[in-house]
Design a protein around this ligand. Structure first.
Ligand code: ASP
Ligand code: MG
Length: 404
């Protein structure tokens, strides 16, 4: 008899019919003898609707009050799902985050889980009940309701699986697994059977929006076996696990396209110690996250400094650089928001040389100019003009034989 945590996202519980379908599935697994904990998101669109209500009254909304409001979305779905199970003769009990006691810090709107009191849940499981838990929410030491950040129900699922030492945490969503790349760009893209936490983390932070990044970090830290599956069609999904559990690692697991990037360049600054800090300090102080960084020293001893930020932060970052250009003795500040980042991800890269040159050669043969490069042990990223993004993805996907 195994203990399974299942998490259902907003579209999976988006209507009465869909909640009934989730109840059917849960009832089936319960009847097969599994001990079941089910985590649900709010009905699709509900969290946005609540957020808009809040903003119509106070903008930005008071953080503590926003969490009281947003947490109601998940409270609706736990009640409804527990009823749908009861109606099928399956004993069920719903819990808000506070009722479980999912203890978090007090960072409203982006709280982190600190501890989970699993005693009540375990007692219910022992008496044969299905336990239904509201995702995305917790409670701080002072009894305030907190939420975990958008997409946070994934993290609730993984955290509960870790606390209960579950056999598997199954994330049911509207896609049937993790793909080698976005099938809308490459129709031959293939569902991956297995992928490592590390690869999934890279893919998630590089633009594959299947799981909340924090949930993957959590799963990796506590070695929770994760599976992404479709709630609409049966299938094995994609298993996310440790490298040891993957017999033969593929050379490359996936290609991602991140369209949210923009790049900024400070030209002709003096090449002296402290210049990188002087440029990036004020950017960091404005809470702008910097991704790739490249610095070049020219023959005349001056340096050019280029970095990328999220496209939403482009104007703000450009304003900051223009403000400090004089002080930095920079010749010019330029920017380009029409760029994208294309990345190859694979743990197999670690033991194979020559992947990067092969990737660069194929991009060149398509006439694609590379503007920036960054690499890690399991990833190669290039920045290219946004009009070449999809072409680059297709070329790399086919060069490395990732199609079905
Ligand atoms: N309902 C929350 C959101 O829309 C949490 C979640 O769905 O995971 O972000
Ligand atoms: Mg979600």
């Amino acid at each position: 008899m195994s203990l399974i945590v299942q998490k259902f996202g907003g579209t999976s519980v988006g209507s009465v019919e869909r909640i009934q379908a989730v109840a059917e599935r849960v009832a089936r697994d319960h009847a097969a003898g599994h001990r079941m904990v089910v985590v649900v998101s709010a009905m699709s669109g509900e969290t946005d609707r609540l957020l808009n209500l809040a903003r119509a009254i106070q903008n930005p909304p008071a953080p503590r009050e926003l969490d009281s409001l947003l947490s109601t979305g998940e409270q609706v779905t736990i009640g409804l799902l527990a009823m749908a199970l009861e109606a099928r003769g399956v004993p069920a009990k719903s819990y808000t985050g506070a009722q479980v006691k999912i203890l978090t810090d007090s960072a409203f709107n982006k709280a982190r889980i600190e501890a989970i009191d699993s005693a009540n849940i375990e007692a219910d499981l022992n008496s044969g009940k299905v336990v239904v838990v509201a995702g995305f929410q917790g409670v701080d030491a002072n009894g305030n309701i907190t939420t975990l950040g958008r997409g946070g129900s994934d993290t609730t699922g993984v955290a509960l699986a870790a606390a209960l030492n579950a056999d598997e945490c199954q994330i049911y969503t509207d896609v049937d697994g993790v793909y080698t790349t976005d099938p809308r760009i490459v129709p031959e893209a293939r569902r991956l059977e297995r992928i490592t936490y590390e690869e999934m983390l890279e893919m998630a932070s590089l633009g594959a929006k299947v799981l909340q990044i924090r949930s993957v970090e959590f799963a990796s830290k506590y070695q929770v076996t994760l599976r992404v599956l479709s709630s609409f069609k049966d299938g094995p999904g994609t298993l996310i696990t440790t490298e040891e559990n993957i017999m033969e690692a593929a050379l490359i697991s996936g290609v991602t396209l991140n369209r949210d990037e923009a790049k900024l360049t400070v030209l002709g600054v003096p090449d002296r110690p402290g210049i990188a800090g002087a440029i990036l300090g004020p950017v960091a102080d404005a809470n702008i996250e910097v991704d790739m960084i490249v610095q070049n020293v020219a023959a005349d001893g001056s340096a050019d400094f280029t970095f990328t930020v999220n496209r939403n932060d482009f104007d703000k970052a450009l304003g900051i650089l223009q403000g400090i250009a004089g002080e930095l003795k920079a010749r010019e500040v330029t920017g380009d928001r029409k760029i994208v980042k294309v990345s190859l991800v694979g743990v197999g890269m670690r033991s194979h040389a020559g992947i990067a040159s092969r990737a660069f050669r194929i991009l060149a043969s398509e006439g694609i100019n590379i503007k920036m490069i960054s690499t890690s042990e399991i990833k190669i990223s290039v920045v290219v003009d946004d009009k070449y993004g999809e072409l680059a993805v297709r070329a790399l996907h086919s060069e490395f034989g990732l199609g079905g």
